[in-house]
Design a protein around this ligand. Structure first.
Ligand code: 7B0
Ligand code: ZN
Length: 456
């Protein structure tokens, strides 16, 4: 098992690899916009609780699974949040001095027995105040997502292609959509992954928004035209199609997070795909070894077929010994955050993550955050996670990997189930951030003024 050793590539060899790589692409003639170093959005790292909600619709109660949201009081600071997360609870939202979690009755009891104080959230944050309740029909299903992708391929065969990269546990196709004008032969590649977590439906809408924006902008929007001429963009709109389907197929939301893979010796279903990646897997209390936990890390790294499919896809992008993908966003909800590695440690620099790496992560992360109003921070500022996608992407593949936590900032905006009438606004809100990443993807170190050192 490769859980507690240093990354395969030493920082030095990886730097050399990136330097070589950019030497090949650096003169490709891409008009590269310089990164306007943005102001950070202030030091606020946690959400401010919204007004208490009155009774509302069913969005945060999930009768099928009995999973609902609770506020856990007296939890402040990343170490205390990490201690709570180490019990196997998934933290949904960080407030000042408390957090929101999703739990079923048994888990709530267990946490109370451990001394935590839990208060159930009023039946639904969504559906109260001026936020409407969402219904499953507000979002694309897995099937209707496929139809949108197929239509884009049919309309823009010169720009868009779709391929099946593997299958989920229940046998659904996991697809990767490639968007590129393929003018240049050898281009930096950027990957967007969506919907590792079943209930985070807004992230699938984000993939479809990006697809539409890129395809409709080619030939009409100079910036998008230039980017599609000089980049290869990969979208995986749903990493977890089984979980997504399970979450909504009954007609009510189930607050499901994991995949739908059975676990040997347990009646509990599912692995948290974002704890199942093969770097520092299970190292640090940032995931659970119990099958019933929302953050169950699985029996082994990449034991989730969906994790394996996406990891194999990423590994398949190594051409001539060089990983072609340079930058990545993994879309989640919610919290309005932009996170970068590492999640497994509080340290700002660590094996394979130099001060320059960290500074480049932060510079581009802050520039993106300045465009969408999200809060930029290292992942572990939230709480410790191990086996998450971003740590693997960076440590094993040298890919600048961000995690976006999309709208809303707090449960009062609908939590995991914001109403359909915010989808257009909240996906378009990330347009600029996506373009900033695409523009920086040929040399992330330009953001810290070190293009010559790393990318010349
Ligand atoms: C998660 O509420 C991941 C940070 C990456 N190291 C944050 C993510 O997997 O816990 N938050 S979420 O589940 N979407
Ligand atoms: Zn998530």
């Amino acid at each position: 098992m490769r859980t507690s050793r240093a990354p395969l590539a030493s920082p030095a060899s990886r730097t050399a690899r990136r330097t070589r790589r950019t030497r090949r692409y650096g003169a490709a003639g891409a008009a590269v916009l310089s990164l306007a170093l943005a102001l950070t959005l202030g030091t606020q790292a946690t959400a401010v609780p919204g007004p208490p909600d009155a009774a509302g619709g069913p969005a945060s109660a999930a009768p099928d699974t009995g999973i609902r949201q609770y506020e856990v009081t007296g939890v402040r600071g990343a170490p205390e949040r990490s201690a709570l997360a180490a019990t196997g609870t998934a933290i949904d939202e960080v407030l000042h001095g408390s957090v929101l979690i999703s739990a079923d009755a048994a888990e709530a009891e267990r946490l109370r027995a451990l001394g935590y104080e839990l208060a159930p959230l009023p039946a639904a944050a969504a559906g109260s105040g001026d936020v409407q309740a969402a219904a499953p029909s507000d979002y694309h299903t897995y099937e209707s997502m496929r139809a949108v992708v197929d239509a884009a391929v049919a309309r823009h065969p010169d720009l868009v292609s779709s391929q099946v990269i593997g299958r989920s546990h229940e046998g659904r196709d996991i697809i990767a959509v490639k968007v590129s004008a393929d003018v240049a032969v050898d281009e930096p590649e950027i990957l967007f992954t969506h919907n590792q977590h079943a209930r985070e439906h807004l992230t699938v809408e984000m993939a479809l928004y990006t697809l539409e924006e890129l395809t409709s902008g080619y030939g009409s929007d100079a910036r998008i035209t230039r980017l599609l001429d000089t980049r290869e963009i990969w979208l995986i709109p749903s990493v977890n199609p089984d979980g997504k389907t399970y979450d909504t197929e009954s007609g009510a939301f189930r607050s499901w997070r994991k995949n739908r893979q059975p676990n040997a010796g347990s009646s509990a279903i599912g692995t948290d795909l974002n704890r199942n990646w093969d770097y520092m897997w299970g190292c640090c209390g940032g995931s659970s070894g119990s099958a019933s936990s929302a953050t169950y890390r699985g029996a082994a790294p990449e034991s989730g077929p969906e994790t394996r499919v996406v990891a194999d896809f990423v590994r398949s992008r190594v051409v001539g010994g060089e990983q072609q993908i340079t930058a990545h966003i993994d879309f989640h909800t919610y919290g309005e955050l932009i996170l970068w590695p590492y999640g497994y440690t509080y340290a700002d620099t660590a094996p394979g993550l130099t001060a320059d790496d960290r500074d480049a992560f932060a510079a581009v992360g802050r520039a993106m955050a300045a465009s969408n109003g999200y809060t930029p921070q290292q992942s572990s500022d939230l709480y410790i996670t191990d086996g998450s996608i971003g740590d693997w992407m960076w440590a094993e593949e040298g890919i600048f990997s961000y995690t976006f936590e999309m709208y809303p900032r707090s449960a009062s905006g609908g939590g995991f189930y914001p109403p359909g009438n915010v989808i257009d606004r909240e996906t378009a809100r990330n347009r600029e951030a996506v373009l900033i990443l695409l523009e920086n993807a040929d040399c992330m170190y330009r953001s810290i003024g070190k293009e010559a050192q790393y990318c010349s």
